[in-house]
Design a protein around this ligand. Sequence first.
Ligand code: ADP
Length: 258
Amino acid sequence: GDRIVVKVGTSTLIRQNSKINLEVIKKLAHVLSTLKKDGKDVVLVSSGAIGVGMGVLGIDKRPIKISKQQAVAAVGQAELMQIYNEAFHEYGMSVAQMLITRDIIDYPESHTNVMNSFQELMSMDNAIPIVNENDTVTVSELDHHTKFGDNDQLSAIVTNLVDADLLIMLSDIDGFYSANPLKVPDAHLINSISKINPDIIAAAGGHGTKYGTGGMTTKLKAAELILKHNQQMVLTNGKNPDVIFNILSGDAVGTLFS
Ligand code: ADP
């Protein structure tokens, strides 16, 4: 397609040793800049603010207190955007920080404002919007009235909003499996899913790393939104972001929700 949204998960951006995976960020900057130069509209939805903040502040356990998470995310968000900005500058691109909240669904005026901002940014040849949830404003992970809950669903909402053709979700796993491979070693990769039925939902286990948040449950919720809007989503491993080129050239990679 001509307009794509890429979501990158914390598990792809942060190594198990709490260090940020600069190699992945640099490659991502290369791939997305190349697509942009080829005339595609690109939006990046990036998690990782809390993980990066933990590294910066020297905290090794994800804080339980919401206010503490918000503080850590605020530190991490600034650091993360600085890293992205540097990486994208290598390719003549600047990054645009888009911190959004559920207001964009609930309030028509906010919805219009965000849409207009996206349109303007996408019409520029050298700007890449990078979206994250505004953790300072959203109240609590459980408070669904104000919070999307996770960047998986946020990325689907953004894909709907900008009417993109495709959402590419980069995680630490090759796709959606018949069961959580960490627990069921002979689980197999499912190549394509056209409906999120109860069997599929039951196959989504918990999350794998200390940094990842949503696991597969929120990815399935995202996929549901995508399918409802007749859009497509590919879930695959982000360890080498060049995989985005493969997906766009039509290779069967990961799990296609279509
Ligand atoms: P991200 O940070 O990329 O959003 P998460 O850690 O939240 O990633 O989710 C990815 C993890 O979900 C995988 O590493 C895996 O352990 C877990 N998982 C649970 N059930 C499944 C399943 N059916 N197929 C694939 N992964 C699964």
